[in-house]
Design a protein around this ligand. Structure first.
Ligand SMILES: Nc1ncnc2c1ncn2[C@@H]1O[C@H](COP(=O)(O)OP(=O)(O)OP(=O)(O)O)[C@@H](O)[C@H]1O
Length: 260
C-alpha cells in the first residue's frame, strides 16, 4: 500500500441556510493524497471544491466523516498546511523579502534563518531581483509569486491553493502553472489545487479528483497516466498522445454536470 499524507474519509458538509433549509455542499467524498504529489480538485461551479479545501485547511468543519493528515484528524488551521488564495493580500509597507519573512517571524524562526529561507523561496519563484521592492510596484502574477514564496517559506507539508491563478491573464497564468511544476519538483511539497480550468488540471495534476455538482460528490478519480512524469513546458504536455482524449473526456463530464 502507498503511503498517503492526507485521507479524506466519507466527508460531508451541510450548511444551514436562513429559513431552516439545509444545503449539502459536499456529500460522502473519500480520496487520498500521496505525499509529494499534486492533487487537483476539479469540477463545475458549486461542486464543493472550495468547501473541501477549506475543510482540509481547518477553516471549516465537516458535518460527518474524517479528514486525516498523517493519520491525525484535522481540527483547525495549522502550520503544516499553507493556504494561497486567489487574491493575494500583501503588506504593502513591507518589501518582498520582509513579506516572505513575516510568517516565519510570527512562528519564531531566528532572523538569519528567516532571511536565508526567504532568499531561497524568493529565488525559487524567480523574484530574486525584487527582494527589496514593494508589492504595490509588482504585477498580479508577481504578487502571487510572493504569496507562494511566503507560504512555502513556512515549510508546510501541504500547500493548499484555491483558484490561485484565476485572477491572472492567460499568459501569466500558464507561466505560473509551469512555475508550480518547478516548485513541486524543487521542494517536494504536496499540493492540493482547486480549479475549474481543465487544461490547468491536466497539466498540473498527478491526480484529478473530479467532483459533481449539487451535491458535491466524487464523480471520478482521473490519473493522467499519459504523462511520462512531470513536464515543465505546457506545450509538451498538450502535444502528448492521450492529452486531447483526456481533455475531451473531462469536457464531457463538465458539460453533463453543468446541465444538471
Ligand atoms: N458558508 C456557506 N453557507 C452556505 N452555503 C455555502 C457556504 N459555502 C459554500 N456554500 C454552498 O456550497 C456549495 C459549494 O460551494 P463551493 O464554493 O465549495 O463550490 P466550488 O466548487 O468551489 O464552486 P466555485 O467553482 O464556483 O468556486 C454552493 O452551492 C455554495 O453556495
Amino acid at each position: 500500500m502507498m503511503s498517503a499524507l492526507l485521507h479524506i474519509q466519507n466527508v460531508s458538509k451541510t450548511f444551514d441556510l436562513p429559513g431552516g433549509q439545509a444545503l449539502t455542499a459536499v456529500d460522502d467524498v473519500s480520496f487520498a493524497v500521496e505525499k509529494g504529489s499534486i492533487c487537483v480538485l476539479l469540477g463545475p461551479s458549486g461542486s464543493g471544491k472550495s468547501t473541501l479545501l477549506r475543510m482540509i485547511a481547518g477553516l471549516e468543519t465537516q458535518s460527518s466523516g474524517a479528514v486525516l493528515l498523517n493519520d491525525t484528524p484535522i481540527e483547525g488551521p495549522g502550520r503544516e498546511r499553507g493556504m494561497v488564495f486567489q487574491a493575494y493580500s500583501s503588506f504593502d509597507w513591507l518589501s518582498v523579502g520582509k513579506n516572505v519573512e513575516f510568517g516565519m517571524k510570527i512562528n519564531g524562526v531566528p532572523k538569519p534563518e528567516r532571511r536565508a529561507r526567504a532568499e531561497r523561496f524568493i529565488g525559487l519563484v524567480g523574484l530574486s531581483k525584487f527582494i527589496d521592492a514593494y508589492p504595490s510596484r509588482l504585477s498580479g502574477g508577481m504578487r502571487q509569486r510572493v504569496a507562494i514564496a511566503r507560504t512555502l517559506a513556512n515549510a508546510p507539508d501541504v500547500l493548499l491553493m484555491d483558484e490561485p491563478f484565476g485572477a491572472l491573464d492567460a499568459e501569466t497564468r500558464w507561466q505560473m502553472q509551469e512555475l508550480m511544476i518547478e516548485v513541486a519538483e524543487a521542494s517536494g511539497t504536496t499540493m492540493i489545487i482547486v480549479t475549474h480550468d481543465i487544461e490547468e488540471a491536466i497539466f498540473l495534476a498527478d491526480k484529478i479528483v473530479f467532483l459533481s455538482s449539487h451535491p458535491g460528490r466524487l464523480k471520478e478519480e482521473i490519473l493522467p497516466t499519459f504523462k511520462p512524469g512531470r513536464l515543465r513546458n505546457k506545450e509538451d504536455v498538450i502535444a502528448l498522445p492521450g492529452y486531447a482524449e483526456m481533455e475531451r473526456k473531462i469536457m464531457r463530464m463538465m458539460r453533463e454536470e453543468g446541465h444538471k
